[in-house]
Design a protein around this ligand. Structure first.
Ligand code: ADP
Length: 254
């Protein structure tokens, strides 16, 4: 049962600097089970940095992170969390692995590197490949796929770990419009039917307003956290915000 009131990620008073440059200042935000949250904001605003802190890849200067009710320092259940990093579509053309092999890698995060992959893992991988609509491609080399197809392979890999939450960093960068539409349909389905919590970084504000349940604006600090409906109402009311949206959308039209 999905409990939309249950906090699974609690970010409290996070500040972070790379050397002397403070990138994030005093950010607090919660993510609920079953949520579809979009982090939006201009380039260089600190969105990826925040994601890396939540994933334990960077240590904050100040503040705390709790994952599934535990302080990140004591959190061990990383299999619950999948991460699709930026730029997965730029995958090396000559990488000698098939779609199935790449997707199977998702099982390692669940089982640990030393455990053997068995036939039930293979079944789970094949199901994930089917869920993203790539059944006919499982034995193809990853380098031979289009950008949109590669992106689906990495979603299948994330699904294969059977996570409760998936983080995605600019997943549609460099992908054509039609593939983007299909991709967002797939995300919506994963969220609605499998109950997977999604946290997505995007600079495509207009798209996020259509897709996500909640919008969090990051510009070194948290400048808004609201529903798309409320965001639009506020934008209409305060022209400054409207201007901001246009600026972000304009700068990053891809
Ligand atoms: P966003 O994801 O919103 O585009 P980032 O979190 O990638 O923003 O970057 C925020 C700021 O931190 C930028 O000014 C960027 O240049 C800087 N930055 C990112 N990674 C590093 C790093 N490894 N070392 C130093 N500065 C960095």
């Amino acid at each position: 049962m999905i409990d939309h009131d249950k906090n699974i990620i609690e970010v409290k008073n996070i500040s972070f600097a790379y050397g002397a440059e403070e990138v994030l200042s005093n950010i607090s935000i919660n993510v609920h089970q079953g949520d579809y949250l979009a982090f939006v904001g201009p380039n260089g605003a600190g969105k990826t940095t925040l994601l890396k802190i939540i994933l334990g890849l960077l240590l904050p200067k100040k503040g705390s992170i709790r994952l599934f009710g535990r302080d990140i320092k004591d959190f061990k259940d990383w299999r619950k969390i999948s991460y699709v990093a930026q730029g997965v579509n730029n995958f090396d053309h000559n990488f000698p692995a098939t779609v199935l092999e790449i997707v199977l890698m998702g099982r390692y995060s669940r089982k640990g590197l030393l455990k053997n992959i068995n036939s039930s893992d293979k079944k789970i991988a094949e199901k994930a490949i089917e869920q993203v609509g790539l059944s006919g491609f499982k034995n193809r080399l990853i380098g031979d796929l289009s950008g949109g197809q590669k992106q689906r392979v990495f979603i299948a890999r994330a699904l294969c770990a059977e996570p409760e939450v998936i983080f995605l960093d600019e997943p549609t960068a460099g992908v054509d419009r039609q593939s983007q539409d299909n991709f967002y349909m797939l995300l919506k389905k994963m969220n609605a039917e499998l109950g997977i919590t999604l946290v997505l970084i995007s600079h495509d504000v207009e798209r996020m307003l259509k897709e996500a349940m909640h919008i969090a604006c990051i510009d070194h600090t948290l400048t808004c956290h609201t529903s798309p409906e409320e965001f639009l109402r506020e934008s209409a009311a305060a022209d400054i915000m409207g201007e901001k949206v246009r600026l972000i959308a304009h700068h990053h039209n891809n």
